[in-house]
Design a protein. Sequence first.
Length: 246
Amino acid sequence: MVQKLNKLYAILFLGIYLTCFSQANLAVSPAVDNYKTDSSYIHFSKLSGPVAKAQIVALKNGALLVRLKTNANAIQRLKQAGNIDLATQVERETFLNNKAIVRAYLKEFTFCPVYFFYSTYSDSVKQQKLTGIFLDSNLVQSSSIVCNSSFYLIAEQGSVYNSSLGFVPLSKASTAKENGTASKDVAIIVKNRFFIQLHNPFPFYQNGYAIKKFSMYVRKFNASLMNFYTKNQNFQSGPEVQNFVY
């Protein structure tokens, strides 16, 4: 399923690339030249252990929110280009992939309550506006699904980055920009509610990517969280650590 979808994306992105290349104002991403020199890396080694322990304790008493991709922009471009059949196929593959991800979490994830939302509601999640954004097992938004947890982390299928950010205090999290380079694609990557990637020793990612094996990935991820929590469940953090746990 993933291979088919990747082929569709390759066709789509080739067309987009050729269109952009012909334009005079071709946007080029700037090189990251401040890798890990950000001020958020001050006291990083001292904070990494306590922050991770505080995060796992908070998650056990909180919730995991799983962000699902819509590929809405890609689908819209295909429709605008008249590729209706291809747009329909991408839309269907995206739906089936998301269904498989939801099914895997509902079957294998037991560490804490889990909720699902589309990426179009990312800003709402950042601002803790969680009313009416969650999806049921059929990927239908339902106002009856309510998350009352004050602490939650985000999980999604994506890339692990050699992040340019260390630990960012809550007061600066909304404006922090994470740069760096992607090291690998993974089945699960965990971020805080501002979508800043977590750090070791928190088990913040799970290797793998194949949709057909997603239940196994979630099972391993759940076990990693439980193992880390068991070792640190009695950890009590002070205010200097809580400033980075949100």
